[in-house]
Design a protein around this ligand. Structure first.
Ligand SMILES: [Zn+2]
Length: 469
């Protein structure tokens, strides 16, 4: 009896297994048939702003296949099998690009990181920053010091969500310069927390720059960041300091060129900016003393400038990292010297990338990101602001070249057939109103938020991270 029972049960099990197997094979085959080739998403009824044009198209359809924009057409489009999203007359535009972030530099300031934080604080803070940038509409950021390739790997593996990250690894500068965040009491030239974690490294002489730049590429840098002049939110370095010799800058450029990449230089004064450009530096970071002479060299060399416009806000004096009276004095003298910047940019119209340059936690940086978007439009008009946040950002990303870039096969910052599918769908028209992409005219007093309600769809690499339509 028992044997028969077992046999019956066994037979039943086998039959069920066969039925299930046939059923699931059928499902698999159906799925395979449906997805001959990569999956398609069709976004209909959207007005397209492509990252460069003065205006949007009339109602259009955009077909995404895999991670690429396959087809753009006025009106409707036939795409059987595609998942359809009705844009409801909204604007479809490129994902935003921030060309100068510090996702891993979380703390009250760089000295706080040196003295009080561990790698766990920084890594978890970096994950929060990555999520923040993506939810603010940034599908790509260039990290100008602090992030090594690990953050990029974690995002690309889907462990955390965030934008594409182009890491610079440790920023490089001379002792006593803007890369030197050792404590006063530390041994000069010795290890620091910043150097051990490859967040920042001080170098004296061309050989040390060479070694540091090579180490950065070894760690997965997509470009090199040097701290050529001093800064305002630091203590050792006068902002006027032209802190790297020609030989040191040449060494950085040499290594970057060997990797078919480039150098970005934190550079404030006219003399320093011209020195950097003439030695082959491709992006000027901050560049506050930009003028007509610099504009000429930039144009000739195909160079770019990115500037944190909060530097020109009267609210800057309230930043906690500047509360020391010595920093307040530096700020006063710097703001007096940088007065010509806005008019010069308006007059000479350099290729200008967008940068927020926030060092701090995700709560504080959220407000700074929103305010920086606002200042960009307020100072230069919405079209110029949007171009800097999209197509110019894509050009700067491409400077990393085919060898060092984490994303060598992308075309970013534009809505064109064949470009990478990094896409936002937003309420309203950003060319008329930057608040639809999250610009806010307040800084510290702005209400906190988690994401931008008017950014309805966020797609990166063909994958949807937000869809509130
Ligand atoms: Zn910076």
């Amino acid at each position: 009896m028992r044997a028969v029972e077992v046999t019956t049960r066994t037979v039943l099990t086998v039959v069920i297994a066969i039925v299930l197997s046939v059923f699931s094979n059928a499902k698999l085959m159906a799925a395979a048939h449906e997805s001959d080739g990569p999956a398609q998403i069709l976004i209909t009824n959207v007005r397209v702003w492509d990252g460069t044009s003065e205006t949007r198209t009339d109602a259009s359809s955009v077909l995404i296949e895999g991670n690429l924009i396959k087809r753009i057409a006025l009106g409707t489009m036939n795409a059987p099998g595609a998942t359809v999203i009705n844009g409801g007359g909204r604007t479809l535009m490129p994902g935003l690009i921030d060309n100068h972030t510090h996702l891993m530099l979380n703390g009250k300031g760089l000295l706080d990181i040196e003295a009080n934080l561990t790698w766990e604080d920084l890594a978890i803070g970096g994950a929060a920053m990555a999520r923040l940038y993506l939810m603010e509409g940034f599908t790509t950021v260039r990290d100008m010091g602090g992030a090594n390739r690990g953050l990029t790997r974690a995002i690309d593996a889907g462990l955390i969500i965030g934008p594409r990250v182009y890491p610079s690894c440790a920023f490089i500068g001379g002792r006593g310069g803007h890369a030197d965040f050792a404590l006063y009491s530390s041994i000069p030239g010795g290890d620091t927390q910043m150097s051990r974690l490859n967040l920042a490294v001080t170098t004296d002489g061309a050989d040390e720059v060479l070694a540091a730049a090579r180490n950065n590429f070894r760690q997965g840098a997509s470009q090199i960041k040097i701290m050529q002049t001093g800064g305002v939110a630091s203590l050792f370095d006068p902002w006027q300091l032209n802190g790297m010799t020609e030989d040191e800058i040449k060494a950085a450029v040499q290594v970057a060129n060997d990797y078919q990449s480039y150098v970005g230089a934190h550079s404030y004064t006219k003399e320093a900016i011209l020195r950097a450009l003439n030695l082959g530096v491709k992006t000027i970071e901050h560049g506050f003393m930009f003028d007509g002479d610099i504009a000429k060299v930039m144009k000739k060399n195909g160079a770019y400038i990115t500037t944190n416009l909060t530097a020109f806000s009267p609210l800057l004096a309230e930043v906690s990292a500047l509360s020391d009276p010595r920093n307040q004095y530096k700020l006063k003298t710097a703001q007096a010297a940088f007065k010509g910047y806005l008019d010069n940019v308006r007059e000479y119209k350099p290729k200008r990338g967008h940068q927020t340059d926030c060092v701090g936690n995700a709560f504080d940086c959220q407000k700074q990101i929103a305010y920086e978007k606002y200042l960009n439009g307020d100072f230069f008009g919405n079209h110029a602001a949007l171009v800097s946040m999209t197509s110019v950002g894509g050009e700067i990303a491409a400077l990393s070249g085919p060898v060092a870039s984490p994303y060598p096969e992308t075309r970013l910052g534009v809505i064109e057939e064949g470009a990478t599918a990094d896409i936002l769908v937003v309420d309203g028209n950003p060319l008329e109103d930057l608040s639809v992409i999250g610009a806010v005219d307040k800084w510290f007093d702005a209400p906190a938020r988690d994401g931008v309600a008017t950014i309805r769809v966020i797609m990166k690499d063909g994958v949807i991270y937000k869809n509130s339509l």
